[in-house]
Design a binder for this molecule. Structure first.
Ligand SMILES: Cc1cc2nc3c(=O)[nH]c(=O)nc-3n(C[C@H](O)[C@H](O)[C@H](O)COP(=O)(O)OP(=O)(O)OC[C@H]3O[C@@H](n4cnc5c(N)ncnc54)[C@H](O)[C@@H]3O)c2cc1C
Length: 474
């Protein structure tokens, strides 16, 4: 009894200390960065705290701050160090996991880092961390260039590039993080560094997969690649279709320009399949997609020759209220693996009949996906070109959080067991960091790099400010 009273009063003292620290931090920031700090219910605050999965990824912060220079970020880290308030950094706000880019303390939005400078001579582009990929495409595509950026609209440059990044160009040029030439980084000790393979090789290694563990990135320099017209669009089917067609494509495709992304959808009690078709050229060679265009259950097909920008902008993924996600790494999809995916999809829609929607996405990526890897925190090598199979559950009721995550994890485990039995997955296969579900053990994200990354994190964050934020914490 006495112990309970003691613990309760300790907890309320800690809560009070936290509230005081956070209030002090907000008012210090307001003095240092006038016009850049916002409090609840202002327009700036509302847009800063907004996330794609609003219900599970947003939190009420004490205040938000919009730095516009690296020096501003350095000041903010100074205040965080002094006050030990909780904090988070937000890019596009698309994280699937709660607490990764949200906080009850000080939310730092990168939204004012909007610069985009293209250098055709060096085939690079400098991009402020507050841009969405849509902004970058809008600038580059009319000039015949592109970057290894996101596949659908609305995604931030920051999270995508720091944790991984699977693009329509990944079969040819690797992940987003393989295409970063340099980062402008503000470390937790307020140093402003230009990080490249030559200037800070240790941080250049850490940032390619290490996300927010080494500070806040204010801009990136990315490689650019040529981009002409594409043969692309969306094909839809009733029910969970194109199973054998998909296995055949994954087994036989040897063309790195050819891509198809089938998504098994449950929405409003109805099952359907949406296949995103992308051929990186104005015309696909004869026969590339015939099996999909002639498949049973086809309900619509808008694949045509068009600009990359037009195709990218037509894709719409509905936003859920709350979300639970996870990923399985698969080398190649066989029919028993696809059968297991269908079984688990049907099972999940029975268990969560009131789900907003369920989406299972199979990625028949070409085996060259990791050929452009030059290392980094995320251990991806051409010896193991793991393709992600993504499970996604959208729902509304906060009381279902634990059950939703458990159901998604159980479906993922069931699919992985079949994939292992088929010789197409492994218990120690690294997972795509951006798609990994909350609670995933870091050894499945960083493998043997984990001890080195922890040492590196301690070197650049000696005051352990990382303990005050969320994400995949090293
Ligand atoms: C509809 C949808 C489609 C998607 N499609 C794809 C896809 O095709 N390919 C793919 O690979 N992924 C895809 N994703 C996943 C997406 O890449 C990740 O959610 C990514 O982390 C989003 O980045 P963000 O900046 O928008 O998100 P945020 O929620 O803002 O940030 C995500 C994480 O990155 C950190 N972070 C952001 N900016 C910075 C910065 N400047 N410095 C330090 N840390 C930072 C945040 O703290 C947080 O931990 C998709 C997600 C959604 C919702």
């Amino acid at each position: 009894m006495r112990l309970t009273v003691f613990l309760t009063s300790l907890l309320s003292s800690l809560t009070l200390v936290h509230a005081v620290n956070t209030t002090v931090a907000c008012s210090l920031l307001n003095g240092l960065l006038p016009g850049k700090v916002a409090y609840p219910s202002s327009d700036q605050y509302v847009s800063d705290t907004k996330h794609w999965a609003t219900g599970s990824s947003s939190q009420a912060s004490a205040c938000t701050v919009e730095p516009s220079t690296p020096q501003d970020v350095a000041l903010i880290f100074g205040v965080i160090q002094k006050t030990r308030t909780t904090w988070a950094v937000k890019g596009g706000g698309n994280t699937f996991n709660p607490g990764f880019s949200s906080t009850d303390g000080v939310l730092i939005s990168t939204v004012r880092f909007k610069d985009i400078q293209y250098s055709p001579m060096s085939s690079t582009v400098k991009v402020g961390a507050g841009n969405l990929w849509d902004d970058v495409y809008a600038k580059l595509i009319p000039l015949g260039a592109t970057v290894v950026g996101n596949r659908v609209p609305g995604i931030g440059v920051g999270g995508f590039s720091l944790w991984g990044g699977i693009s329509w160009k990944t079969q040819k040029y690797g992940l987003g993080l393989d295409n970063v030439v340099s980062f402008q980084l503000v470390t937790p000790t307020s140093q402003i560094l230009n990080v490249s393979a030559h200037s800070y090789p240790d941080l250049y290694f850490g940032l390619r997969g290490g996300g927010n563990n080494f500070g806040i990135v204010t801009s990136f320099v990315f490689k650019t690649h040529p981009q002409g017209q594409v043969y692309a669009g969306v094909v839809t089917y009733s029910g969970l279709s194109i199973q054998q067609e998909y296995v055949d494509f994954d087994t036989s495709n040897k063309d790195p320009n050819a891509y198809i992304l089938p998504i098994y959808v449950y929405h409003g009690g109805v099952l359907s399949t949406n296949a995103l078709v992308f051929y990186d050229g104005p015309v696909a060679p004869n026969g590339t997609y015939d099996a999909f265009f002639n498949a049973a259950n086809l309900t619509s097909n808008d694949v045509k020759t068009r600009s990359f920008l037009e195709f990218q902008q037509t894709i719409h993924i509905p936003a859920p209220t709350r979300t639970a996600t996870h990923v399985v790494s698969i080398a190649n999809y066989t029919k028993p693996i696809v059968d297991a995916i269908v079984t688990q999809h049907l099972n999940l829609s029975n268990v969560f009949a009131d789900a907003e929607f369920i989406m299972f996405t199979m990625e028949p990526l070409y085996s060259s996906i990791f050929d452009s890897s030059n290392g980094g925190a995320y251990p991806h090598t051409s010896a193991h070109p793991w393709k992600p199979f993504n499970l996604f559950l959208g729902y509304t009721n906060p009381a279902s959080d634990a059950a939703a995550m458990a159901a998604v994890m159980s479906a993922a485990t069931a699919v992985q067991q079949i994939a292992i039995a088929e010789g197409k997955s492994s218990l120690d296969a690294v997972l795509d960091i951006n798609y990994a579900g909350l609670g995933t053990d870091l050894k499945y994200l960083y493998g043997k790099n984990l001890p080195l990354l922890r040492t590196l994190r301690a070197k650049y964050d000696p005051h352990n400010l990382l303990s005050l934020t969320g994400g995949w914490k090293l």
